[in-house]
Design a protein around this ligand. Structure first.
Ligand code: PLP
Length: 373
């Protein structure tokens, strides 16, 4: 079979080409100074990222999972404390709650936005609940106003999992800077991605920021202090330098993603009875472009798209309560919307280098694949 075109799911080489020279210069400086971990490059990125988000403090850490663990630990989570999060997310959100000693309480999601549903959250709050972790899934801000109001009324902390939503805004504020703490992953394919693993915790609260700084580096603010039991989750200088170079491009790259999403929506309008494009409320940054298709057609369609050179996927095979790690929660059948969405979801290529022809090619194959696959 002839494959006319290849449309990758993400296109990192295209992005690297834009920033390569600047990054090479910064990395040469790091090699010259042998200042490899934290220190000036990390501090610089922390300041730039806090300013970009409009937040008081950003703390560079090892990865996004650690960012969530450190945020929960900074809040003083105790063994058995409950933390409510969305049943539909990458597994790391629930994993981090367990790693920090808590008990994940997974709630069902909104069928349109795939995000945590405030009414379900309200029903899940018990006296053991300490925090909520809304996930801005796929780059779509979670309903923060309702969730903050609930948290306020029940004395709960709110940790935003903004790992997929760098630069997205909710009611005029950048996500990650709205809750008690915000957590980011800079995994290479994220909207703002490093050249390896990296993450950040963001907060306006100076005491929490200090605790996260201590926790990320063996419990102290200097190499000789170990005042609390910390861990090693320091950001390395090369990742910080890569992120500093890329950050000024982020808004422009996100705008490109929005343009691609508009073009997809136009092309998909003709298939409205069988393909539902994402619903964008607030300022979606389309980390992943997830459409819904009839459940029985999804897997054949996925195979058909891949056979035709299109990098399609499912985010995430799961949902979380069906993974081996969380099956013991016994939630089968109890999160019906997350389960249904999971059977219907299909992620299409989405990145700033996508062309109009790429999108036409994907949509054309989506249409034919629905019939022939
Ligand atoms: C929603 C969400 N939370 C947390 C994480 C964890 O981040 P990391 O892979 O950097 O540990 C990810 C990353 O993939 C994510 O998508």
């Amino acid at each position: 079979m002839e494959v006319r075109r290849t449309v990758p799911f993400v296109d990192l080489p295209a992005q690297v080409a834009v920033v390569r020279k600047e990054i090479e210069d910064r990395i040469a400086q790091i090699i010259d100074t042998t200042s490899f971990i934290l220190r000036e490059h990390c501090q610089r990125f922390e300041e730039e990222y806090a300013a970009f988000l409009g937040a008081g403090h950003a703390i560079g850490v090892g990865n996004g999972t650690d960012a969530l663990v450190l945020a929960l630990r900074a809040l003083g989570l105790k063994s058995g404390d409950e933390v409510i999060t969305a049943g539909n997310s990458f597994v790391a959100t629930a994993e981090a709650i367990v790693l920090a000693g808590g008990r994940p309480v997974l709630v069902d999601v909104d069928p349109d936005t795939h995000n945590m549903e405030p009414d379900r959250v309200r029903a899940a709050i018990t006296s053991r609940c300490r925090a909520l972790i809304p996930v801005h899934l796929y780059g779509q801000p979670a309903p923060m106003a309702e969730l903050l109001d609930l948290a306020d009324r029940h004395g709960l902390a709110v940790i935003e999992d903004a790992a997929q939503a760098h630069g997205a805004s909710y009611a005029g504020r950048r996500v990650g800077s709205i809750g008690t703490l915000g957590c980011f992953s800079f995994y290479p394919t994220k909207n703002l991605g490093a050249f390896g693993d990296a993450g950040a915790v963001v907060t306006d609260d100076a005491d929490l920021a200090t605790r996260v700084r201590m926790l990320r580096d063996h419990g102290g603010l200097t190499a000789d202090d170990h005042d609390i039991i910390g861990q090693n989750s320091r950001m390395d200088a090369m990742q910080a330098a890569v992120l500093s170079v890329k950050l000024p491009y982020l808004d422009e790259w996100n705008e490109r993603r929005r343009q691609c999403a508009r073009q997809y929506a136009e092309r998909l309008a003709g298939m409205a009875d069988r393909v539902a494009p994402p619903v964008a409320i607030d300022d979606h940054v389309y980390h992943i472009y997830v459409v819904r298709v009839p459940a029985e057609r999804r897997d054949p369609l996925l195979r058909y798209l891949r056979q035709n050179g299109i990098g399609a996927g499912v985010h995430y095979p799961g949902p979380i309560h069906r993974t081996g790690a969380f099956a013991h929660l016994g939630l089968e059948g109890r999160l019906p919307i997350a389960e249904r969405l999971n059977a219907e979801m299909l992620s299409l290529p989405m990145h700033p280098a996508l062309t109009e022809d790429d999108i036409d090619y994907v949509c054309e194959h989506l249409a034919t694949g629905l019939d022939v696959a």
